[in-house]
Design a protein around this ligand. Structure first.
Ligand SMILES: Cc1ncc(C[n+]2csc(CCOP(=O)(O)OP(=O)(O)O)c2C)c(N)n1
Ligand SMILES: [Mg+2]
Length: 283
């Protein structure tokens, strides 16, 4: 047993198994909806898994409590990852995801507060961090000890609003705020480095006054350990650079641009489920 496991509510094995089940569900509902952001949901699902099953003090029972932890998904296009985790946590019956992207459904292609468990409407990139800074600052002003987490995509980082927010967070010493960057190396139209270079990310965030850690963002043990170390430094906001693989878990989707919002056909879907079923036999 790893040291970190002594503090976990679920074992690493159980978390790994959950990730595979979440991946199967993400694909199931994207195929049913005939739409969705496949690659970025699969790259970020291990992060959401560890957050919701181990880190966040939030569930359907305390969602109206002002003391709950906040998770704001800035890369809102990957809403399928969020919806399958919220369903698993009991915020709403999973069958409701059968209406994903259908006319009249509240389960639309980006997060909306009409869905129980969603903190903020997002989808226009560059909004999640500015909102999170306000939420974290409010906790300080109100003397509350909840924590605020926000997930950004690497292709989202060129949005200038992120950097204004990063400056403010350091200025207000928001050590109750944690950014996770899903660094999967791809965005909608090409490799992140070709569309707009943002490296070296660690040095940029450090120079903005943040405390930085880097992990394998598809490794639930590493994620659990890094979240357990929050805040990384008193008086500084924390950022986790999570190196991930876009399309993680399905061989033909991994690192392939078209799966940003590609929907598998029947044969591709069958192969994906076979691969994931095979992965399940390891746990
Ligand atoms: C303000 C804004 N501009 C453009 C878009 C269109 N868009 C949707 S996803 C995306 C790429 C995002 O890349 P990244 O953050 O790396 O997401 P991931 O790889 O995790 O899917 C873009 C440009 C948007 N949603 N919002
Ligand atoms: Mg990306």
């Amino acid at each position: 047993m790893l040291d970190i496991e002594k503090t976990l509510t679920m074992t690493i094995n159980e978390l790994n198994k959950k990730s595979v089940i979440y991946r199967k569900n993400i694909l199931k509902y994207i195929v049913k909806a005939k739409a969705g952001h496949t690659g970025g949901s699969l790259s970020s699902i291990d992060i959401l898994n560890v957050l919701y099953n181990h880190v966040l003090n939030v569930g359907p029972e305390n969602f109206s409590s002002p003391n709950r932890d906040r998770y704001i998904q800035s890369k809102g296009h990957c809403v399928e990852a969020l919806f399958v985790v919220l369903a698993d946590k009991g915020f709403f019956p999973e069958e409701e995801l059968n209406t994903l992207c259908q006319y009249g459904s509240k389960y639309i292609g980006h997060p909306t507060r009409k869905v129980h468990g969603v903190e903020q409407n997002t989808g226009a990139l560059g909004h999640g961090l500015p909102i999170s800074v306000g939420v974290a600052l409010a906790a300080k002003l109100d003397g509350k000890d909840y924590k605020t987490f926000t997930l950004l995509g690497d292709g989202e980082l060129p949005e200038g609003s992120n950097w204004e927010a990063a400056l403010s967070a350091a200025h207000y010493q928001l050590d109750n705020l944690c950014v996770i960057i899903d660094k999967n190396g791809l965005q909608i139209s090409g490799p992140t480095a070709s569309v707009c270079k943002t490296d070296p990310l660690d040095k940029k965030w450090e120079s903005f006054g943040w405390s930085v850690r880097e992990v394998d963002g598809n490794n639930v043990a590493q994620l659990s350990e890094v979240f357990a170390a929050l805040p990384f430094e008193a008086g500084k906001p924390s950022v986790i650079i999570a190196n991930t693989i876009k399309g993680k878990g399905v061989s033909y989707m991994e690192n392939v641009l078209k799966w940003h919002h590609g929907v598998p056909n029947a044969t591709e879907y069958e192969q994906a489920q076979l691969e994931l079923d095979q992965a399940l036999t390891h746990f």
